[in-house]
Write a protein of this length. Structure first.
Length: 291
C-alpha cells in the first residue's frame, strides 16, 4: 500500500500542476479553452469571431480572421485578443460578449494598463510598426502612438509599474501614469535582443521574469539585471511562436506549416516530460495559461 501511495504521489507531482490550469489556444478566427491533464486536453470553452453577433460584420468576417494572441486579463474574467488581419477585442469570458474593439493593422499583442487603458503592438504594415494607446471605454479611438518596428509584444508589469514592449531588435520599458491630464507612454529603458533578433513573443513568468522568443531561440529575460539566458531545451530552435509559463508548467508553439502549427507542447516547468496536444481544425498560433 505504501509503495502504491508513493507512486501516485510521484505521478501527481509530475502532471498535477498542469491539470490545475486553464490554457487558451488561438488561431484562425477561434479561441479555445482547454483543461490539460497529462497528455490529454479537454476543450471547455470556445469563441469564434464569425459567430459573435455583437460585432460589426467587418470584425466577424475580416478583421479577426487570423487571431494571433489570446491573453487572459482581469484575473481570467476576460480575454484580450489581437489579430494580424487588423482587429483587437476584449471578450468577457463568462458571456462571450465583446467589451471593447479597435481596428489595429497587423496587431500582434496587447495588454491592459491601469485606469482602463490598453496598449497594442502593431507589426509590419504601412499603418503599423507602432505601439498604440487606447482608453477601453472608447472603441476604435487611439489616443497616442509610438514607433515600434515589427511590434510583437506588449506586457504590463504591475510590480515594476512598466509596460514592456517587444519589437524586431529590442525590448523597451515604458512608464505610464493613468492620472495624468493626457496619459502617455514614456520610454525608460531598452535592451537589445540576443541571437538573430526578430523578436516574436514576450510573456511573463509567475516570479516576475520574462520569456522572449527570437528568430533562432527562446530566452529568459531579467529586466532588473538586463540580461538574457537561453532556455536549453528550446534554444536554438526556429520559429517558436509562443511560450507561456505557469507555476508548475510550460507550454509552447513551434510553427510547422509556414507560420502556424497543428498543435502545442505542454511540459513541466523545467521543460521535462513534454507532451504533444493536437488542435484539429485550427491553424494554431499561440497558447496562454490562465494566470
Amino acid at each position: 500500500m505504501f509503495r502504491m501511495l508513493t507512486a501516485l504521489l510521484a505521478l501527481s507531482a509530475s502532471s498535477g500542476a498542469i491539470a490545475a490550469e486553464r490554457l487558451y489556444a488561438c488561431g484562425d478566427d477561434q479561441i479555445r479553452e482547454y483543461a490539460v491533464t497529462g497528455d490529454q486536453a479537454r476543450e471547455t470553452w470556445r469563441w469564434t469571431a464569425a459567430q459573435a453577433t455583437d460585432l460589426p460584420d467587418a470584425y466577424r468576417n475580416r478583421l479577426l480572421a487570423h487571431i494571433d494572441d489570446c491573453k487572459p486579463v482581469d484575473g481570467g474574467k476576460a480575454i484580450l485578443v489581437t489579430a494580424s488581419t487588423g482587429g483587437t477585442v476584449v471578450i468577457d469570458r463568462a458571456t462571450g460578449k465583446v467589451r471593447f474593439r479597435a481596428r489595429t493593422p497587423m496587431a500582434h499583442s496587447a495588454d491592459l494598463l491601469p485606469g482602463g487603458y490598453a496598449a497594442v503592438a502593431l507589426s509590419i504594415n504601412p499603418a503599423g510598426d507602432r505601439l498604440e494607446l487606447y482608453n477601453v471605454s472608447r472603441n476604435e479611438s487611439p489616443l497616442a502612438s509610438l514607433p515600434l518596428p515589427s511590434g510583437h509584444g506588449a506586457v504590463w508589469d504591475a510590480r515594476r509599474h512598466r509596460l514592456f514592449a517587444l519589437s524586431h531588435d529590442l525590448i523597451q520599458a515604458f512608464s505610464f501614469d493613468p492620472k495624468a491630464a493626457a496619459p502617455r507612454l514614456v520610454e525608460t529603458a531598452r535592451w537589445t535582443l540576443p541571437g538573430r533578433h526578430d523578436g516574436h513573443d514576450l510573456s511573463p513568468t509567475p516570479e516576475g521574469g520574462y520569456v522572449v522568443t527570437t528568430d533562432d531561440g527562446v530566452w529568459r529575460f531579467d529586466p532588473d539585471r538586463g540580461d538574457f539566458a537561453p532556455i536549453p531545451a528550446l534554444n536554438p530552435r526556429l520559429r517558436v511562436k509562443a511560450v507561456s509559463v505557469a507555476r508548475g508548467a510550460m507550454a509552447w508553439v513551434q510553427a510547422e506549416e509556414s507560420w502556424w502549427a497543428h498543435g502545442f507542447t505542454v511540459a513541466d516547468r523545467d521543460t521535462s516530460h513534454p507532451r504533444r496536444i493536437e488542435t484539429p481544425g485550427m491553424k494554431l498560433y499561440k497558447v496562454r495559461w490562465n494566470p
